[in-house]
Design a protein around this ligand. Structure first.
Ligand code: NAD
Ligand code: DAU
Length: 357
């Protein structure tokens, strides 16, 4: 079957990637969606069960750092668009193991850029109708004070953690490929996402699961750090709009205008889980445990996404109360998913399935 476009989505078995893959597979039957993922601990094909047999979907287990393989995939599938999400994404892991973050986030991105460049330059039409869209984070901007300021697209890069330093470096490489070779690139920097299928090392799914099991809730420091939360499907919708209508070489910030101090957010999660489990209000507050702060813990992130609203008409569609209710319900209703993830069962299952492919 001949498709109108062949789009490579990297990291599609992860949290945000799986929502992006699902949206594109369902919304664009005329596109071939090629999901390339290494299936690290964070990649779980159970996140895509509902679309795995779709006629316009192909999964490839591969490492973005494997340049030769990436070159083959570009040629074989005649890739004309890339939405690059594959990355090591957890700040705490980057503090313990910065090398893996530099390898995947920097060298992996470079390998994709170089494969796209070499493949597209060898075609008669070259970069025409091509697009390399890199998904990045607001953490590259560093940290804000409690002064009401927001990160804009002009805020200077000042990453603090090994994770954000590696993402900042990959953003610079993407822009360098535009400025040096004329590659049609776009970068977006998004705030904290939440919603279904997030790996339970991240605050929201970890705490929902711990409350359900009556386990301690480890609050870093005094719980005063602030994050700006966006429902993951709203991010996926922004990615769709920007992939199709975003200006080449441009940058867009994506955020929810939804700042929460960690401890206040944690109390909302406790209240919601207790209500849905039929516990007395406040029952799980006893699980809050203040622990040693994260090293170099950024105080506050907050995104100004007005440019995206003004230029491309995107706004978050979900109120936070609605989003958190949906999210808590999803984790409570999908205990099999959670148990497969926390036991490591999913790794054995999918990694064995793809071992010799
Ligand atoms: P995630 O950790 O849930 O998923 C990452 C995916 O990338 C996994 O499926 C993993 O298997 C895959 N992967 C890792 N290394 C790979 C490699 N070498 N080759 C191929 N695949 C590999 O991450 P996420 O939270 O979904 O984040 C996705 C992207 O969005 C990342 O680039 C992240 O920096 C960015 N981002 C995340 C957030 C957030 O709140 N989660 C916010 C802004 C930006
Ligand atoms: O801002 C975007 C970033 O958001 C993404 O680029 C990252 O990939 C993503 O992981 C996320 O980073 P954070 O470090 O903000 O997310 P995390 O869920 O790890 O932590 C949210 C806040 O909660 C942070 O201030 C640390 C705190 N925290 C986290 C955990 C896991 C705790 O207090 N206790 C915990 O156990």
């Amino acid at each position: 079957m001949k498709f109108k476009r062949n789009i490579l989505i990297t990291g599609g078995a992860g949290f945000i990637g799986s929502h992006v893959v699902r949206l594109f597979v369902n919304q664009y039957p005329e596109y071939h969606i090629i999901n390339l993922d290494k299936l690290t601990y964070a990649g779980n094909l159970a996140n895509l069960k509902d679309i795995e047999n779709a006629a316009n979907y192909t999964f490839i287990k591969a490492d973005i750092c494997d340049f030769n393989k990436i070159m083959d995939i570009f040629k074989q599938y005649q890739i004309d668009g890339v939405i690059h999400l594959a990355a090591e994404s957890h700040v705490d892991r980057s503090i313990k193991d910065p090398f893996t973050f530099a390898q995947t986030n920097i060298m992996g991105t470079l390998s994709l850029l170089q494969a796209a460049k070499l493949t597209w330059e060898s075609l008669p039409e070259k970069f025409e109708n091509k697009r390399f869209y890199h998904i990045s984070t607001d953490e590259v901007y560093g940290a804000l004070k409690f002064d009401g300021t927001l990160f804009t697209e002009e805020t200077k890069y000042q990453p603090h953690s090994p994770y954000s330093a590696s993402k900042a470096s990959s953003d610079h490489f993407v822009r360098a490929f535009h400025d040096t070779y004329g590659m049609p690139t776009i970068v977006t920097n998004c705030s904290n996402n939440y919603g279904p299928y997030q790996f339970p090392e991240k605050l929201i799914p970890l705490f929902i699961n711990n409350i359900r099991r009556g386990k301690e809730l480890p609050v870093y420091g005094k719980g005063e750090n602030v994050r700006d939360w966006l429902y993951v499907e709203d991010h996926a919708r922004a990615i769709d709009i920007i992939f199709h209508k975003g200006k080449i070489a441009d940058t867009y910030n994506i955020g929810g205008f939804n700042e929460w101090k960690n401890i206040d957010l944690i109390k909302v999660i406790i209240k919601t889980v207790d209500r849905l489990l039929g516990n007395l209000e406040g029952y799980s507050l006893r699980l809050i445990t203040y622990v040693t702060d994260r090293k170099g813990h950024d105080l506050r992130y907050a995104i100004d996404s007005n440019k995206l609203k003004k230029e491309l008409g995107w706004e978050p569609s979900l109120q936070f109360e609605e989003g958190i209710e949906k999210t808590v319900k999803w984790y409570l209703d999908n205990q099999e998913w959670m148990e497969n993830v926390t036991s490591g069962e999913y790794l054995k299952y999918y990694q064995e399935m793809y071992e010799n492919k």
